[in-house]
Design a protein around this ligand. Structure first.
Ligand SMILES: Cc1cc2nc3c(=O)[nH]c(=O)nc-3n(C[C@H](O)[C@H](O)[C@H](O)COP(=O)(O)OP(=O)(O)OC[C@H]3O[C@@H](n4cnc5c(N)ncnc54)[C@H](O)[C@@H]3O)c2cc1C
Length: 410
């Protein structure tokens, strides 16, 4: 069967673009015909543009992967903000109480725990790289898919294209996943995350803070211009009310909800809110198709893990396909795809269950659960080995990014 591509990536969000960048950097795939389909135009923000609303906490493992493919230095003009400490506490306590959990990069002799970076800039940097490496970016939307034993046929308004493998990176509502007949387990959280940037009265001191309220977690993430990015997960009604109310009312509400941890918080950007859900696909691969990123798994944003998990998918899939190519195997062969799928599905399922458990634990208003939760936070804080385990998990070190391809083939 003649094909137009060896690998076609559907969706050029952060994970799809990273997958394309990683594949195009694999020496074993130097001759592979790789393509990316993304209907939305990429836009790298100019140096003086205001910071976009959507930012992500990127782990050290993600930074290493972005650095190794050459995307990280391109972000410098948008100044990702390193965070050196993390403080997590229950609304019944104070952030400096013995029941608060504090992580400090210095305890692991690391320079920081990660960076808060602008989604737009990460995405555009990766797409720029992909284009420079000669990967065609098709500005089209996939409208259909047929999976055959020897190739995948994708449909766009421009016609049909054949590929030996299609990688679905088309996000949480993945149409490719549905067309491939892959189901999964998940549910809506009946919660929305309100996001905006705020100007705090007191300096953020490069610290990411999260206060667990009965209605959901409220996170204040440090930005390099001194502001903090708010991610406030709450009931849909409250999120809508907070998104629409006037600035003075919003400032009073968010300052109170933060427990005044940074003093008065002043609104300093527009507000938007996003529905929250959890989902794990029942399988990450089928005939001639693999899932990566939110198309495979969607998790609660309380630990800032979505993109980081997606990057780990991209790393393992690109490495697995490179190994298959080096061994002379067909890269759409089920053997290689299943090796990728089994490992990432198991790892992401553990993380998904853990995050869901934490979200439920902190939302439980009963007194015994509240007491157990506070004792648990205090216990982790005082048990160095347990704390180290959590910190390495947050850094992405525990799961390990593995070998990252070097575009220069070193
Ligand atoms: C409030 C909030 C805060 C978050 N904070 C963090 C954080 O701090 N850290 C973190 O790691 N994660 C965070 N996340 C999660 C993170 O945003 C997602 O995990 C991540 O954006 C998923 O990336 P993706 O590339 O898989 O999917 P998407 O970003 O959804 O990209 C999918 C792409 O596919 C394209 N597409 C869709 N359909 C088609 C089609 N038919 N044909 C072709 N292309 C198509 C779309 O145009 C889009 O560009 C947060 C999420 C939320 C809601």
């Amino acid at each position: 069967m003649s094909t137009d591509f060896d690998v076609l990536i559907a969706g050029g969000g952060m994970v799809g673009a990273a997958t394309a960048a990683l594949l195009s950097a694999e020496p074993a795939l130097a001759r592979a015909r790789i393509g990316l389909v993304e209907p939305r135009p990429a836009r790298f923000p100019a140096a003086g543009d205001p910071l976009d609303l959507r930012v992500s906490a990127l782990s050290r493992a993600t930074e290493q992967a972005l650095r190794a493919v050459g995307a990280w230095p391109r972000l410098a003009v948008r100044a990702p903000c390193p965070y050196e400490r993390m403080v997590v506490w229950d609304s019944a306590d104070e952030p400096d109480s013995r029941f608060a959990l504090t992580f400090d990069a210095a305890e692991l002799a690391e320079p920081n725990l990660g960076h808060i970076a602008e989604n737009l800039a990460v995405n555009a940097a990766l797409l720029e790289l992909v284009a420079e490496r000669g990967v065609p970016i098709l500005s089209e939307e996939l409208t259909g898919l047929e999976l055959r034993a020897d190739c995948a046929c994708v449909l766009t308004a421009a016609g049909e294209r054949r590929t030996r493998l299609v990688i679905a990176a088309d996000g949480a509502d993945s149409a490719l996943r549905d067309w491939a007949g892959i189901t999964g387990e998940g549910a809506a959280y009946h919660s929305r995350a309100l996001v905006t940037h705020l100007r705090p009265e007191r300096p953020h001191q490069s610290t990411a803070r999260q206060r667990f309220l009965p209605t959901g977690p409220l996170a204040l993430l440090p930005l390099s211009d001194g502001r903090v990015s708010l991610v406030w997960s709450t009931s849909p009604d409250q999120a809508r009310e907070l998104a629409a109310c006037d600035a003075a009312k919003f400032a009073a509400a968010v300052t109170a909800a933060s427990g005044q941890v940074l003093g008065q918080l002043e609104p300093a950007a527009p507000r938007a809110s996003f529905p929250l859900k959890r989902f794990q696909a029942s399988r990450y691969a089928t005939t001639r198709l693999a899932l990566v990123g939110d198309a495979a798994h969607t998790v609660h944003p309380l630990a800032g893990q979505g993109v980081n998990l997606g990057l780990l998918d991209a790393l393992l899939l690109s490495r697995t396909l490179a190994e298959a190519a080096a061994a002379g195997e067909d890269i759409g062969d089920p053997g290689a795809l299943n090796r990728y799928a089994r490992r990432r599905q198991a790892e992401n399922a553990v993380m998904g269950i853990a995050l869901d458990g934490i979200a439920r634990l902190f939302a439980d208003p009963s007194a015994p659960v509240g007491a157990a939760r506070r004792a648990g936070l205090g216990l982790v804080n005082r048990a160095p080995w347990l704390k180290g385990l959590f910190m390495r998990q947050a850094l992405g070190i525990a799961r390990g990014a593995g070998r990252v391809p070097d575009p220069a083939g070193r």
